[in-house]
Write a protein that binds this ligand. Structure first.
Ligand code: ACO
Length: 323
């Protein structure tokens, strides 16, 4: 028994902010940045920001509906919902439970996975394992984030990098492959290089509730772990980089994507790149890129896709699949 992606969907909030607009906004608080710096260091040209009050489940709902439509299914056909997010609607219950309510269904198991930018990879891996074990037949996997709500707009080293959005995939039990192999990891020794350290206690937010990152440390670690996990997942499936039709990477930084492609000996023409328009949407980014590749006609049925991501935790992983 395999699990197979039968539908994808995504959603971006309508408010698109270009680098020029963001730079002008930051300049009002005395923060200096430029379109040129952001593009040269990251490849980002614009990002979408959700309005205040719009939540991850709101974005996830739109992406989920589109993925279900693409699969020709209704919400009541789903028997497992997993949401990957680092910007949950509430401390509890899970954003998956809120999404389930918004989809108008009840009864199936739902839960969130928290692996920051590797969240979509973790969620796909868990859904695949549950389907192969016979514990689910139709899983809805959603990555959804409102990172703009946790950015410090006085910190130019982070606020220019992230955006909001959601990506979704429907995974169904199938006798044909499907997901060929998965590989997920974490190393908690690196908690401090990318985190939102604050927490809620006694009715107050204690500590710093905004995103903090040591960009250079993240960059170095990302490049090495991505090489390791992509080689591992290919080896698990008895494949090499030459078998990959499309690399669908986490969209954090174009330079990290170029390095990953080079190590796999893949030309950039085989890499789905959405970072210019989306920025880094954390757990949503791989789902958004996958859906973009599918709907733009680049990704075709039967092709082999390599999805990979890294994120806070530190977490990293990859999924190899036949689309
Ligand atoms: N505009 C203008 N100048 C800036 C900005 C900005 N927005 N941000 C930093 N600078 C300046 C710095 O102050 C520094 O100036 P100095 O030389 O006078 O000190 C200079 O630019 C260079 O800064 P660096 O930090 O060395 O720049 P770098 O080339 O490393 O790029 C970046 C920074 C883009 C953050 C890079 O390190 C990176 O992409 N890291 C990985 C980030 C990442 O992938 N994060 C997401 C992980 S996924 C997740 O889990 C959320």
């Amino acid at each position: 028994m395999y699990s197979r992606i039968t539908g994808t969907g995504s959603y971006l909030p309508p408010r698109r902010i270009t680098n020029h607009e963001l730079a002008a906004q930051l300049a009002q608080s005395g923060i200096e940045t430029s379109h040129e710096w952001i593009v040269e260091r990251t490849g980002i040209e614009a990002r979408h920001f959700a309005d205040a009050g719009v939540t991850s489940s709101d974005l996830g709902l739109e992406a989920a509906r589109r993925a279900l439509d693409a699969a020709g299914l209704r919400p009541q056909d789903v028997d497992l919902i997993i949401v990957a997010t680092s910007t949950p609607d509430m401390v509890f219950p899970s954003t998956a439970a809120i999404l389930q309510q918004k989809l108008g269904v009840a009864g199936c198991p739902v839960f969130d996975v928290q692996a920051v930018c590797t969240g979509f990879i973790y969620a796909l891996s868990v859904a695949d394992a549950m389907i192969r074990a016979g514990n689910a037949r139709c899983a809805l996997v959603v990555g959804a984030e409102v990172f703009s709500h946790i950015l410090d707009f006085k910190d130019r080293t982070t606020c220019v990098l992230f955006g909001d959005g959601a990506g979704a995939a429907v995974l169904q039990a199938s006798e044909e492959p499907g997901i060929l192999a998965t590989d997920i990891h974490a190393d908690g020794r690196h908690v401090g290089i990318l985190c939102v350290p604050g927490h809620v206690s006694g009715g107050e937010v204690l500590g710093d509730p905004l995103l903090r990152m040591d960009g250079q440390a993240v960059f170095k670690l990302a490049v090495s772990v991505l090489e390791e996990t992509t080689q591992t997942v290919l080896a698990k499936a008895g494949k090499t980089g030459a078998d990959v039709d499309w690399l669908v990477p986490h969209q954090a930084n174009i330079r990290i994507m170029i390095s990953a492609a080079r190590k796999l000996k893949l030309p950039m023409e085989k890499v789905i790149v959405t970072v210019a328009e989306h920025g880094n949407t954390s757990a949503a980014s791989i789902g958004l890129a996958l859906d973009h590749g599918v709907r733009s006609g680049q990704i075709k049925k039967g092709q082999t896709l390599l999805l990979e991501g890294v994120g806070g935790g530190f977490t990293w992983g990859s999924v190899l699949l036949k689309y």
